[in-house]
Design a protein around this ligand. Structure first.
Ligand code: ADP
Ligand code: ADP
Ligand code: ZN
Length: 226
């Protein structure tokens, strides 16, 4: 049995930031649909090109495409102890496909951590986000700047702004979130596995709150990395 956790929340809520730290502090693997699409695009694959046409407009990539990619990814050996899902599922159809696949492998989603953040904060977070080209670390020009402008603290790589992080596209992504992803809050609440975490607090506070919420799952099957 593995431990499987979903980080749910709007664009800019802090899913990627938290998932990275949680993966470092547990034996779970970080699986981010957006990161997988951006990696595919860098490699110039057909999947990458297809995803880009949706991402640039702030639309969701078709369910079938995302579902196939994620279900294949989680079969890899590094996911055996469990997964932290970041950015997936984003629709009810994706959530149902994930649940069915988990059940076929005698597995399940143990917990869904919902990061709530007010809208005005989200727009600033998205517009100020800077991402490292080399290691994927995330900074924010308003809230969490790198020590040297444009340079990653962790690896010295170059920071860039994602093309879909412009104000206009960000606003549309939020609308898409409200229409298509927000219903998943109730979906998981009804299953009794939703934990709400105040995503407006400091990054380290949020991490501790998440680890606390996951406590009982982590002690049984997922041991912290040395
Ligand atoms: P998501 O993956 O949910 O879109 P990110 O983790 O990329 O969100 O965070 C969005 C932006 O907000 C990044 O620039 C990140 O550095 C910043 N950020 C994340 N968490 C916090 C926080 N708790 N307080 C302030 N800024 C944050
Ligand atoms: P954010 O961190 O701001 O939430 P992501 O990196 O998760 O953004 O996603 C960027 C874009 O990739 C989305 O706007 C969408 O076009 C596409 N995408 C990522 N995950 C999914 C998904 N589960 N379903 C459909 N499209 C997705
Ligand atoms: Zn870096």
């Amino acid at each position: 049995m593995s431990t499987n956790v979903i980080l749910l929340g709007p664009p800019g809520a802090g899913k990627g930031t938290q998932a990275k730290t949680l993966a470092e502090r547990t034996s779970l693997s970080h699986v981010a649909s957006g990161d997988l699409f951006r990696a595919a695009l860098r490699e110039g694959t057909e999947l990458g090109m297809l995803a880009k046409s949706y991402m640039d407009r702030g639309e969701l990539v078709p369910n079938e495409v995302v579902i196939n990619m994620i279900l294949e990814r989680i079969q890899a050996p590094d996911c055996a102890a469990g997964v932290i899902f970041d950015g997936f599922p984003r629709t009810r159809e994706q959530a149902v496909a994930l649940a069915n696949s988990m059940a076929r492998h005698d597995n399940k989603i143990d917990a869904v951590l919902y990061l709530s953040v007010p809208n005005e904060v989200l727009l600033r977070r998205i517009a100020g986000r800077q991402t490292c080209k080399t290691c994927g670390a995330t900074y924010n020009i308003y809230y969490f700047p790198s020590h040297r402008p444009g340079i990653c603290d962790a690896c010295g790589g170059k920071l860039y702004q994602r093309s879909d992080d412009s104000m206009e596209t960000a606003q549309h992504r939020l609308d898409v979130y409200f229409a298509q992803t927000m219903p998943l809050i109730e979906y998981y609440q009804l299953q009794g596995i939703l934990h709400e975490v105040d995503g407006q607090r400091e990054i380290t506070w949020v991490t501790e709150a998440m680890l606390k919420a996951l406590g009982r799952y982590l002690t049984t099957s997922a041991h912290p990395k040395e």
